[in-house]
Design a protein around this ligand. Structure first.
Ligand code: SF4
Length: 349
C-alpha cells in the first residue's frame, strides 16, 4: 500500500535545506496485557527539503513505529502517543483532527512499504492502480489517468511501459514491483517520502538499482526522504545523515560519511563490523552478541549494556543522554551526537 496524504497547498515547494519535518521528543507506548511497552522513547529528528535521513535499527528499535506515527497509520489503541510533536512545515500533526491532518499536513507525504506484492492489489492492473491516484486526487479521466500511469512507469524505468500498463502485479519481478511502488509514491509529487525497508525483499544488485533510482528522483523532485532500514550497507551512498535507534531511543546521529568513518557508539560500531566486505573474503562475519531487548523489560541504564563488550557498572545503572560529541581538541562535531557513557573512548580510542 502507498499512503498519500493530500493537501491544499500547491506549487509552494521549499528551497533545498528548508526544514520539512521535525519530530520532537516523541514518546509512543503500546498497552498490552503484559504491561506497557515504550516503543518510542523521546525521539528527535528532522529532515529538510532535498535531504535524506536514514533511520537505522534492528526490529523493535522503534524506527517503523515512529514512521507510522508520522503518517498517522499506527493502530491506536494499542498504540498511544504520550508526548511530543511532529511538525510538518511548522504545523504539529498530532494536534490535528484526522480531517485537518489530511487538509493541513503540508504538501504531501507518501510512504513506500517493504512488500510491494502484498501492498499492491493483485486483481487490478498496475496501470489502473497508478492511474487511480490521478482519478481520485486530480479528477483525471480514465484515458488521462492511463497516460499518466505510463508516464510514471517510464519515469521509474519500467521497460515497455505502454505495453505493460495493463499487466497485473504478479507479472512483474520484485524489483519492478518496487519501482511501481515508487511510481505510486511519486504520483502526486510529495514533499516527503518515507520509505520503510524499501529494498529488503530484493537481491543485492536490484537493491542498489532501486536505491539509486529513489535517490535520483528525490534529488530531481527536491523531496525530503526518510529511509528506514536495518541495513547500514544500503544507505551509505544515498543518505545525508543517519539516526541510529536502539530500544526506542536514538543512540547516535551523524552525517553519513562521518558515521561510517568513525562511529561514536559501540552499537553502531558493531553494526558496521557486521557489514560483509569484499576484502575480507573467507573470514567469519562479525555479529553483535545477543538480541534486542523485549520492550516490556528494557535493561536499566543503557539498554544496550547486556550486548556491549565495553559496558561498565555506570552503564548498568545510568541511562546515557544523547550528548554532542567533540573532536580531540574539544570542538563540537556538527550533527554528531552519541548516547554512550564511553563515546570519547569509542570515537577517539
Ligand atoms: Fe556500551 Fe555503556 Fe556505551 Fe551503553 S553506555 S553503549 S553499555 S559503553
Amino acid at each position: 500500500m502507498t499512503t498519500v496524504i493530500e493537501n491544499d497547498q500547491k506549487n509552494d515547494r521549499l528551497e533545498v535545506g528548508t526544514p520539512l519535518l521535525e519530530v520532537k521528543d516523541l514518546h509512543v507506548e503500546f498497552h498490552t496485557r503484559d504491561g506497557v511497552a515504550k516503543a518510542v522513547n523521546g525521539v528527535n529528528y528532522s529532515v529538510a527539503a532535498g535531504e535524506t535521513l536514514a533511520v537505522l535499527g534492528e526490529s523493535g528499535s522503534g524506527k517503523s513505529v515512529t514512521a507510522q506515527t508520522i503518517m498517522g497509520i499506527l493502530d491506536m489503541p494499542p498504540g498511544k502517543v504520550t508526548q511530543g510533536e511532529i511538525l510538518f512545515r511548522g504545523q504539529d500533526m498530532l494536534k490535528m483532527s484526522n480531517e485537518e491532518r489530511r487538509r493541513v499536513r503540508g504538501r504531501k507525504i507518501a510512504m513506500i512499504f517493504q512488500d510491494a506484492l502484498s501492498a499492491l492489489n493483485p486483481v487490478l492492473s498496475v496501470g489502473y492502480q497508478l492511474g487511480e491516484m490521478f482519478r481520485v486526487h486530480q479528477g483525471a479521466s480514465r484515458k488521462e489517468a492511463k497516460e499518466k500511469a505510463i508516464e510514471l512507469m517510464d519515469r521509474v524505468r519500467i521497460p515497455a511501459a505502454r505495453e505493460r500498463v495493463n499487466d497485473y502485479p504478479h507479472q512483474f519481478s520484485g524489483g519492478m514491483r518496487q519501482r511501481i511502488m515508487i511510481a505510486m509514491a511519486l504520483s502526486l509529487e510529495p514533499d516527503l517520502i518515507i520509505a520503510d525497508e524499501p529494498t529488503t525483499a530484493l537481491d543485492v544488485t536490484v537493491q542498489a538499482q532501486v536505491m539509486d533510482l529513489l535517490a535520483e528522483l528525490q534529488a530531481e523532485y527536491n523531496m525530503g526522504l526518510i529511509l528506514i532500514t536495518h541495513d547500514l550497507g544500503v544507505v551509505a551512498d544515498v543518505a545525508d545523515k543517519i539516526a541510529v535507534m536502539y530500544a526506542g531511543r536514538i543512540v547516535e546521529t551523524a552525517p553519513v560519511h562521518d558515521l561510517y568513518a568513525n562511529p561514536a557508539h559501540p552499537y553502531t560500531k558493531g553494526l558496521l563490523r557486521s557489514i560483509p566486505r569484499l576484502d575480507q573474503k573467507g573470514q567469519e562475519l562479525y555479529a553483535i552478541k545477543g538480541l534486542p531487548p523485549n520492550l516490556l523489560k528494557v535493561p536499566t541504564g543503557c539498554a544496550f549494556n547486556p550486548r556491549c563488550d565495553v559496558a561498565t557498572d555506570l552503564c548498568r545503572t545510568e541511562t546515557p543522554a544523547l550528548h554532542h560529541v567533540t573532536d580531540k581538541d574539544g570542538k563540537e562535531l556538527t550533527g554528531r551526537r552519541s548516547a554512550c557513557h564511553l563515546w570519547k573512548e569509542t570515537l577517539h580510542g
